[in-house]
Write a protein that binds this ligand. Structure first.
Ligand SMILES: Nc1ncnc2c1ncn2[C@@H]1O[C@H](COP(=O)(O)OP(=O)(O)O)[C@@H](O)[C@H]1O
Ligand SMILES: [Mg+2]
Length: 246
């Protein structure tokens, strides 16, 4: 479980999009090597990489409500990808949708399948999106700030759910967050981003106890203070002889 942390605009989502091959047309991801489930994917064609989405890689977006289509029922939105990507019949797709809703802790799956997004809560919507992301038995789950839009208590539940799913299915999980508490709580490794670059990466212990970059403890402090302290952060960044993005 890898936690990607960094202030707003530091490039966390772009990093995730590059892993999902969802960069804009003129964007390009560069890496020494990319493997999914032990298979090198760097040499695959665009179509080959897209075929990994929903089969090997699942994605949980940031805003549950704006990532569900208000025009369609939850059931339709869960079943459609299963039919298109996994070639399930309508009956099989419905059964799988019920199964994954139960898996993410939704006890009345039939009722929820029949609901339109405005008829369910934000926490429920996020569970639906997580269900959709794991429905294809993916080996990698990428979650971009999966709890931002939720109440604090629901946030804890959703994190716990991600942790359980990760353990149970031995999935790799990449979670983007601005909360170091989340990293400390559920991650094995962390990556700290600033100005579009990873400035530090290591085990969670290393990052907290022996940070390699002076910016990291400042970011941890700012995250704990829960204040808008970008000025202090920028000062720390400057003190280390770096320039701050305009
Ligand atoms: N590696 C990069 N190369 C080019 N542009 C980048 C890179 N990382 C970030 N950006 C630019 O910074 C903006 C903010 O990045 P984003 O990933 O949305 O930040 P975050 O998710 O951390 O808030 C992007 O829209 C993009 O224009
Ligand atoms: Mg982002």
């Amino acid at each position: 479980m890898l936690g990607i942390v960094g202030e707003s605009g530091s490039g966390k989502s772009q990093t995730v999009f590059s892993a999902l091959d969802l960069l804009p047309a003129d964007g390009r991801a560069v890496a020494d090597g990319i493997w999914i489930g032990g298979q090198p994917v760097g040499d695959l064609s665009r179509a080959g990489r897209h075929a990994l989405l929903g089969t090997q890689i699942g994605y949980v977006p940031q805003e549950p409500m704006s990532n569900l289509d208000p025009c369609y029922t939850v059931g339709h939105q869960l079943m459609e990808p299963l039919r298109a990507v996994h070639k399930l019949t309508r009956t099989q797709a419905r059964e799988r949708a019920r199964e994954v809703l139960l898996l993410v802790g939704i006890t009345g799956p039939d009722r929820v399948l029949a609901c339109h997004p405005h008829q369910i809560s934000g926490g429920m919507a996020q569970r639906v999106l997580i269900a959709g992301a794991v429905a294809g038995n993916t080996s990698l789950l990428v979650a971009d700030k999966p709890t931002t839009a939720l109440d604090v208590t629901v946030q804890a539940e959703v994190l716990e759910l991600l942790r359980e799913l990760q353990r149970e299915y031995c999935m790799a999980l990449v979670i983007v967050t601005h909360n170091f508490g989340v990293v400390a709580d559920i991650c094995d490794r962390g990556a700290v981003m600033k100005d579009g670059r990873v400035i530090e990466t290591g085990t969670v212990e290393q990052i907290f106890a022996h940070p390699g970059d002076p910016y990291t403890p400042e970011l941890i402090k700012a995250s704990q203070d829960d204040t808008e302290s970008r000025a202090e952060l920028d000062a720390a960044w400057n003190k280390a002889g770096r320039t701050v993005r305009a």
